[in-house]
Design a protein around this ligand. Sequence first.
Ligand code: 5AD
Ligand code: SF4
Length: 445
Amino acid sequence: MMEKKVYIETYGCQMNVNDSEVVLSILQDEGYSLTENIEEATLILANTCSIRDNAEQRIWGRIDQFRLQKRTRPEVIIGILGCMAERLKEKLLTKVDLVAGPDSYRSLPSLLRAIAPERPQINVLLSHEETYADIKPVRMDKNGVSAFISIMRGCNNVCSYCVVPYTRGAERSRDPFTIVNEAKDLWSRGYKEVTLLGQNVDSYHWIDKETGKHSTNFAQLLEMVAKISPDLRVRFSTSHPKDISDEVIYTMAMYGNICRHIHLPVQSGSSIMLEKMRRKYNREWYLERVAKIRSVIPDCGITTDVIAGFSGETEQDHQDTLTLMEKVVFDSAFMFAYSERPGTLASKKYPDDIPYEVKTKRLNEIIELQGKMSLKSNEKEIGKTVKVLVEGPSKKNPAELCGRASNNKMCVFPSKGEKAGDYCEVEVVSVTSATLICKRIESYI
Ligand code: 5AD
Ligand code: SF4
């Protein structure tokens, strides 16, 4: 029988990276092994993203390239997983053999068995329960240091611009004991860092089904994972400004191994835009949360997401975003031009009325300002000693190592032969807007 080999490309967020690992686990049980060479794959998968139109356009282009494989090997199966599968459903079936949404990965073996010429298969049912809690993801990272753990799925917020509630369904939390066991297992296999993932980790909530009483919130879950070992770094993403609690901030402060970094997407600095975006907080609330974080954890890195040119955004709204960015001085940011997504509340209620040139101009101003803010925040690190988890040799100079400080800033420094997964204490000597350049701390002995 022909050897079954799967090739997987992953697009979009960290959650998708972890989902691909769940998919690989399910497929391995079916006899598939992973290949990085598309030409020897019998199954070609793309785990896709729908967040902005350009993400989808890129994937349509890839599908055409995947189909070239069929010219010489017509038996190759091409499948689309993830958010784009969920959003476009049957529309993808003219181009591929398999379409599976984010909650249907357990059915992949039966779907694959049912595929025949002219008989593509689809499952895009969303679930209220599926968390893949019992599936042990097969890690696809290269260095065995850092891994993602999904703690919940779906999203119950209805940010008016966002497609995710429609592609990933309702929010559900995963049993905390399965999460802790997964983290323990990773630790015992030499991993040094876990990132707990959810669309909105602050609304993590688990109620023990048997007693109906004992419940776990995100702060408690964080503590349970942090207690595994002081040498296991714990990160998490994404926090929602409306939900991040003082309890979470104090829990971070109590455990040195919970990394000093919060990704806190602001989206806009204008309260008028925030209201229209249905973010359920305003500018003042956001600034108060930042002030609280910094009063409890002064060295906490804060990063964000910003959208330029949402419906009806005036020049004043845009200026409000810029002044907020100047006030907060984010360590880094992901910055996007608004892209209208079919089916969202905004697409029904608010016209996408900011001309392309205006959106681009505003986005460029945001990017330029963030460059200055990143540099400013990095300059504050000069002279500090930081503990870095080594990721491997620096890409630019193999005689140097790179890795992240607790606050998520990328550091480079001369190697003394350490390997990925080792901790190094180094001193920051100079910076760019993207990197801390460090020297070794000489010991006196
Ligand atoms: N257009 C542009 N950016 C978007 N994001 C989400 N939806 C859209 C959209 N329709 C951004 C938000 C979010 C990040 C993951 O992607 O900033 O936090
Ligand atoms: Fe992730 Fe959102 Fe893209 Fe889906 S649409 S892959 S949830 S970023």
